[in-house]
Design a protein around this ligand. Sequence first.
Ligand SMILES: [Fe+2]
Ligand SMILES: [Fe+2]
Length: 191
Amino acid sequence: MNRDEALAIVREFVQNENLINHMLAVEAAMRAYARKYGEDEESWGRVGLLHDFDWEIHPTLEQHPMDGAPILRERGVPEEDIRTILSHAAEQSGVPRVTLRDRALYAVDELTGLVTAVALVRPSKDIRDVTVKSIKKKWKDRTFAAGVIREDVEQGCAELGVDLWSEHVPLVLEAMQGIAAELGLDGRLAG
Ligand SMILES: [Fe+2]
Ligand SMILES: [Fe+2]
């Protein structure tokens, strides 16, 4: 399964551009972590790209991501990728996070949402203007992007064995800055 095939699955099941952008952001962060750990960038990116592909058709925690698994299987997504995808909702799926890749996916998932929100409140609406410091400030404001459960990200970092502020946030931010245009966070929304 190459990247184009994975992206085609996403485009088939997702209309909402924000959701697609979320998966592109998680993909970029996963690729960055794969490089950091000397792991396979393609498969790490792929689980990021696909992890929420069924959210529009299965928009409840009773369905997502469990009911998406047979669809991925049918499309030829490797079983090990499906397992990692199920593990991002370990509580619902009962599939625990075991591998480094499972842990990385869980750690980056929510954080990308906060980083996107921080970029969108900047006048420039350009993620390349976002700093770790500006993320930290918004992190502390619990009313900002309140849906991003800070404890989940902290838990993810603990499981992965990375420091939140000196390692995790800089890596995810840099990865997302690297695809600013794909995310629509390159200033085009300013004005
Ligand atoms: Fe999800
Ligand atoms: Fe997600």
